[in-house]
Design a protein around this ligand. Structure first.
Ligand code: PLP
Length: 390
């Protein structure tokens, strides 16, 4: 019988919780009313959708009207950037070269199609943003009479590197800039209070925290008056047209609720898994580089192996051994722009291990065993050859 798959790609997506699924199921075939219908079937699902909005907003310390349901992190990022540039008078974007493509390519689109001016904040070797450089750009642009949109992710999906949102939001406040943060890797991973963190807009995606795919939300601070990216009927108070994805909205609220209930236990457990794998890797492969620094997600461990004929196909070989990991991000395809920016593509092969509460130390022992077979196989092979020719 084939060994059980070892899934260590939880930054790409997570297994949906059974409790979440059970909450969702009745909303497919039993409570299937359209929440915009005024009859009892519609009212029933409207109450469920608004209950989910209330639950999500109270967990995040904000008001229900601040939450717009979207199809996920990509749409939330697109909506945030589009609406701020169009509606709030921002004519300069400050971002980083390590953003997810959902931000990077959206900003590139506005730069190319509408001539929006863009600055990239300097980074240190771990990929942390240089606060002094951010301050200098904000100072320079505000002295030129420009209003800035600062869009910087809360945690990098490849290295796990985190930013201090409060520090960035304080800087933005000083210069009247709007601050959007892609929080897809942190909402449902840390018990955030968005009103304390001071972001104006934040993006989230349910499938990153054991919820369903194709659903997410955008938090928008109440002082911002924005209009929609997707036009149509007056759904989401006129801010996002399209019949609500009722079952997934219910599932997302349940998943976020479960996350808050489990956080202290899970956080400790997952952090230990990360430390355990990091120390085993350092011991068995002393020439690796660990890209997830001290201030990184407790669930991500990015490791670069020196590139050679044994490590070149590492990802594929681990997959053949039933171990699911990513090179950089799952959706990037090709060379990772993050690793390229950090100078880790030419001489290194990078593996991102990302954990969930479903992983175990026994699985990590098997990963080390598999890596040892792949990375140090020459001697083993030679022994086999000698034996077989006798
Ligand atoms: N932003 C970050 C940081 C991500 O990791 C992802 C997903 O990989 C996204 C945005 C896109 O989210 P979604 O898959 O919900 O569109």
């Amino acid at each position: 019988m084939k060994d059980k798959i070892i899934y260590l790609d939880n930054s790409a997506t997570t297994q949906m919780d059974e409790q979440v699924l059970n909450k969702m199921l009745p909303f497919f075939a039993v409570h299937y009313g359209n929440p915009s219908s005024i009859h009892s079937y519609g009212r029933e699902t409207r109450i469920a959708v608004e209950g989910a909005r209330k639950k999500i907003s109270s967990l995040l310390g904000v008001k229900p009207n601040n939450i717009i349901f979207t199809s996920g992190g990509t749409e939330s990022n697109n909506t945030a950037i589009h609406s701020v540039l169009r509606d709030l008078g921002c004519d300069h974007v400050i971002t980083s070269k390590l953003e997810h493509h959902a931000v990077l390519h959206t900003v590139e689109y506005y730069a190319k199609e509408f001539g929006v001016d863009v600055s990239h904040v300097k980074l240190n070797e771990e990929g942390a943003i240089d606060q002094d450089d951010l301050l200098a750009i904000l100072e320079r642009k505000s002295s030129e009479g420009r209003k800035c949109l600062v869009t910087i992710m809360h945690a990098n999906n490849e290295t796990g590197q985190l930013i201090e949102t409060k520090e960035v939001s304080d800087l933005c406040k000083r210069f009247g800039a709007i601050f959007h943060s892609d929080c897809v890797q942190t909402i449902g991973h840390y018990p955030l209070n968005l009103s304390v963190d001071g972001v104006h807009l934040a993006s989230a995606s349910a499938h990153k925290f054991h919820g369903p795919k194709g659903i997410g939300f955008l938090y928008v601070h109440e002082d911002l008056q924005i209009s929609p990216l997707i036009h149509g009927c007056k759904h989401e108070r006129g801010l996002r047209a399209g019949t609500e994805n009722v079952a997934c909205i219910i599932g997302m609220a349940e998943a976020l609720d479960l996350f808050y209930q489990r956080f202290s236990k899970d956080h400790l457990y997952i952090s230990e898994l990360k430390q355990y794998l990091a120390s085993l890797l350092r011991k068995h492969f002393p020439d690796i580089q660990i890209n997830s620094g001290r201030f990184s997600l407790y669930s991500v461990l990015s490791v670069s192996f020196p590139k050679n004929e044994k490590t070149e196909m590492l990802l594929l070989q681990l997959d053949q051994k039933g171990i699911c990991v990513s090179g950089g991000s799952a959706s990037g395809g090709g060379a990772s722009h993050v690793m390229e920016e950090l100078g880790k593509t030419k001489d290194y092969v990078t593996i991102r291990f990302s954990f969930s509460r479903h992983n175990t130390k026994e699985e990590l022992d098997k990963v080390i065993q598999a890596l040892t077979e792949i990375v140090q196989p020459l001697e083993a092979k030679q022994i086999t050859i000698v034996e077989s020719t006798e």
